[in-house]
Write a protein that binds this ligand. Structure first.
Ligand code: PMV
Length: 323
């Protein structure tokens, strides 16, 4: 049996602005999704525990399939074209990441699937190849994403990302005195819809918004420096400024604001929505000593709170010997 896992992600600063070419900073988190592969006699069975579906994709990859199976068909098609083979299998998908929350659940699941299935085929894929294949699957679900999600879940760590230019791994100075919380609002939303809304607003007010986009780019560069210098007080301030910018382009919500203000009132250094907004998750940076108080303060406004760490490795693959 083969099992692969991939982390979730948060965007520390720069979401939406990244779509128009500004840099953004993302981190992988140790809240993971897994793909487990067992031998099967015919067809490729995919079972998702979280989404509660099971489909069988025929070996010819043809025929009509439910919507959820399409990104997997796309991954299998690329593998069959590039590596000339497929093998029947049963693949079970399971994830700790809430779906539609801005934590990269789809990219993470596709990355785990791609890594596990390529190992099962006996094909050694480089991380760059996995990243490319996952991006294609992300396009099936999200239209034309910036590519930040597939990149961070594949490589792990913390990256500065710029569309079209790729990414730079940041050498983050970890300081155990500071910690992250990710609060899920429980409100699911579509990244594609929010991105389109923001792009429409940009087209309508380009002269007004262009300086804001440039400012967000400068902010991301400052945030990268703060991370590399271990200046978490500064990083918190930059996150708060970024939240104001995201509010300006209309992707925050009352519930997000409640979480942000309650967290800051309880001592958080920085709090902002992470991902596309409109619901989804809120990222909070606090001194470790203030963590419990912050958690108590935001609890009434959240569906789930993750106390988690940065995942320094992206994809992991394990092989078990069956008896
Ligand atoms: O899908 P989410 O919620 O993780 O957000 C994606 C981040 C955006 O910048 C809004 C879109 C993108 O493609 O980068």
């Amino acid at each position: 049996m083969i099992e692969a896992s991939a982390p979730s992600k948060v965007i520390i600063v720069g979401e939406h602005f990244v779509v128009k070419g500004q840099p953004a900073i993302a981190a992988a988190l140790d809240v993971r999704s897994k793909a487990r592969i067992e031998e099967n006699l015919k067809g490729i069975i995919i079972r998702s525990i979280n989404l509660n579906f099971e489909v069988m994709i025929p070996m010819e990859l043809s025929g009509s399939l439910p919507k959820e199976a399409e990104p997997f068909r796309r991954i299998l098609k690329t593998m069959s074209e590039r590596y000339g083979k497929l093998r029947p299998a049963k693949i079970t998908l399971e994830s700790e990441i809430p779906v539609g929350s801005g934590m990269g659940s789809s990219a993470s699941t596709f990355a785990a699937f791609t890594a596990a299935y390529s190992k099962y085929l006996g094909v050694e894929l480089s991380l760059d190849e996995v990243n490319e294949i996952v991006y294609e699957a992300e396009c099936v679900v999200h239209g034309k994403p910036s590519g930040i999600d597939n990149t961070i879940v594949t490589y792990g760590g913390v990256i500065a990302y710029r569309k079209g230019e790729g990414f730079l791994r940041l050498n983050v100075k970890i300081n155990q005195d500071y910690a992250w919380l990710v609060a899920d609002t429980g409100v699911r939303r579509s990244t594609g819809d929010l991105v389109r809304r923001v792009l429409d607003l940009y087209d309508k007010y380009e002269e007004v918004l262009m300086p804001l986009y440039h400012a967000a780019g400068h902010l991301a560069i400052e945030a990268a420096k703060a991370l590399e210098q271990g200046d978490y007080e500064k990083l918190g301030e930059l996150m708060n400024i970024n939240q104001g910018m995201l509010e300006a382009i209309g992707v925050s919500t009352l519930q997000i604001s409640e979480i942000v203000y309650k967290a800051k009132e309880a001592g958080a250094l920085g709090a902002k929505l992470t991902g596309a907004g409109g619901g989804g998750a809120v990222l909070i940076l606090a001194k470790r000593g203030d963590l419990n108080e912050v958690e108590e303060a935001i609890k009434p406004y959240t569906a789930k709170i993750f106390k988690t760490r940065i995942a320094h490795t992206g994809i992991r693959v394990k092989e078990f010997n069956e008896r």
